[in-house]
Design a protein around this ligand. Structure first.
Ligand SMILES: [Zn+2]
Ligand SMILES: [Zn+2]
Length: 368
């Protein structure tokens, strides 16, 4: 079928809106008409080739839309359902069977390599040339996308669908890193480095967890202000004070839970040093491949736990509907992070995101 998609053709190149052809849904595929798709840092990291994904490619992995058609093997959703698209996992490895799909052993190829789960190219130009698709099992910077039962989550129709795409990655990552992965107990303290969309979603997660000391570190006053509005009890501007010293003062020795969302190795170093004896440090931010950080082994030796967290260690079919309900009840106001753009403003959205002007751009997509 004829669709409009934002195609990236070269490293660090622009998103170009093109008329291309999308395959009809195969047996296991779900055709989704996109309503709005969030723009995530990973789209830009892959566009810029810090992760070596093939180009040309249709990015977009925070899609929200309406099911249009399903392949004969699909039972989970039906046409007319409202859905959020998220990351793809295989469903048949040990991690998936154990209820930890974010540790799926077989997720790299179907999420990043531009082909469907069965290895097909699903988007072609009018000249017959192949365009990479199925990014995160979706490629949702397009009027229509093909997804799978494994990465399609049905959501209630009583909240605006155009808000929900970012729950598929960035917001789920931040909130889940706290609620699923670190799982701080009520009344405990947490320090969150980086107040972008992921960090601020972590702040909302910490409020929901009942943390009574929520420290946020960033270098931009507007973000720190929003962090306070969302429930941070202390904010630290790292340009004019030393976050490690401040956190040690506030938490009497260090924070029992620390989350690093900036992706900067120097900030991860500070995050580690801010942790208490026995504390847990979660790494969420992604630096370029090969980045390392110096760690004092004897510092870690005192029962500190340093760990990575992807996609908030979420089981999306459970976690995303919960976040939607928390939003509906006013307990998870993630809409405060969102700014909408039209499809033809997608490059502006990317620029605003990189400058930190917009925390979470969401691209409205109309197929009309
Ligand atoms: Zn798996
Ligand atoms: Zn993402």
């Amino acid at each position: 079928m004829e669709i409009k998609a934002a195609v990236v053709r070269q490293k660090k190149g622009p998103f170009i809106l093109e008329d291309v052809i999308l395959n009809e849904p195969a047996e296991d595929q779900i055709l989704v008409r996109l309503v709005a798709t969030g723009l995530c840092h990973t789209d830009l990291v892959c566009r810029d080739q810090y992760y070596p994904v093939p180009l040309p490619m249709v990015f977009g992995h925070e899609g929200a839309g309406v099911v249009e058609k399903v392949g004969p093997a699909v039972k989970k959703v039906q046409p007319g359902d409202h859905v959020v698209l998220t990351f793809y996992t295989c469903g048949r490895c040990e991690a998936c069977f154990s209820g930890d799909p974010t540790s799926c052993a077989n997720s790299f190829v179907p999420n990043f390599m531009g082909r469907s789960v069965s290895g097909e190219c699903t988007i072609h130009g009018h000249d017959g040339s192949e365009v990479g698709a199925s990014f995160f099992g979706q490629s949702s910077f397009a009027t229509y996308a093909l997804a799978y039962e494994r990465n399609t989550v049905r959501v209630t129709k009583d909240v605006p669908l155009e808000l929900l795409g970012p729950l598929g990655c960035g917001i789920q990552t931040g909130a889940g890193s706290v609620l699923n992965a670190l799982n701080p107990s009520a009344g405990s303290s947490i320090a969150i480095f980086g107040a972008g969309a992921v960090g601020l979603s972590a702040v909302m997660g910490a409020v929901l967890a009942g943390c009574t000391t929520i420290i946020v570190v960033d270098v931009k006053e507007n973000r720190l202000k929003l962090a306070s509005e969302l429930g941070a009890t202390h904010v630290i501007n790292a340009t004019n004070s030393d976050p490690v010293e401040r956190i040690k003062e506030i938490c009497a020795g260090g924070a029992p839970y620390v989350l690093e969302t900036s992706g900067l190795p120097s900030v991860l170093e500070q995050a580690i040093l801010s942790s208490a004896i026995g504390g847990e440090i979660g790494i969420v931010g992604a630096p370029p491949m090969g980045a390392t950080v110096p760690v004092d082994i004897n510092f870690l030796l005192f029962n500190r736990k340093l760990r990575g967290i992807v996609e908030g260690q979420s089981v999306s079919d459970i976690f995303i509907p919960r976040l939607v309900e928390l939003y509906r009840q006013g307990k998870f106001p993630f809409d405060k992070l969102i700014k909408f753009y039209s499809f033809d403003q997608i490059n502006q959205a990317a620029e605003d995101s990189e400058k930190g002007v917009t925390l979470k751009p969401v691209i409205r997509i109309s197929s009309k």
